[in-house]
Design a protein around this ligand. Structure first.
Ligand SMILES: [Zn+2]
Ligand SMILES: [Zn+2]
Length: 167
């Protein structure tokens, strides 16, 4: 598996996918509110992003965008992803490997991440008990939660097995 790709820890158990159509509509509404024009390049970038794998980096996205329109530059992709992040439709992640990664952010399909420090694999998980606990903590502090990130860093099962085999 390529580093950075999402995969579910339990084969067969699929995490709830974000509602891309609704997020796309939210984005259009945000851009209209802010008076932002939808340029041709911006449209290509947004289309490509919505069709891409989760946890995509700017470099990978730029490569995919350039396959459609070779004129698009890094700065335009960067600025567009910044706009998507500001709109709340996209969440930005820095998993400590020096890359900024992006994925759709849907409150109704929220997941958290396990990051392997050996191979860089990113595993998504959903845990209602953690979500409930977080809400209880926030309530106790009179705090209104807009977003949260829960990340665990360590060594994945495959990397552990590999290092056991080497010994
Ligand atoms: Zn690993
Ligand atoms: Zn994710």
């Amino acid at each position: 598996m390529k580093s950075g790709e999402a995969h579910s820890p339990h084969s067969g158990k699929k995490l709830k996918a974000p509602d891309a159509d609704r997020l796309r509509a939210d984005l259009e509404a945000y851009m209209t509110r802010r008076g932002l024009r939808s340029t041709e390049q911006r449209r290509v970038i947004i289309d490509t992003f919505f069709g891409s794998a989760e946890h995509i980096t700017i470099d990978t996205l730029l490569r995919e965008v350039r396959a459609v329109d070779a004129r698009v530059g890094y700065a335009t992709v960067y600025r567009t992803m910044k706009l998507l992040t500001e709109s709340g439709v996209v969440q930005e992640h820095k998993f400590g490997d020096g890359f900024t990664r992006y994925e759709l952010s849907d409150d109704d399909a929220h997941h958290d991440h396990l990051i392997c420090l050996e191979c860089g694999k990113i595993t998504e998980f959903e845990e209602p008990a953690i979500e409930d606990l977080q809400q209880r903590i926030a309530k106790r502090h009179g705090f209104q939660v807009r977003a949260h990130k829960h990340e665990m860093y360590g060594v994945c099962a495959e990397c552990q097995a590999k290092s056991r085999a080497r010994r």
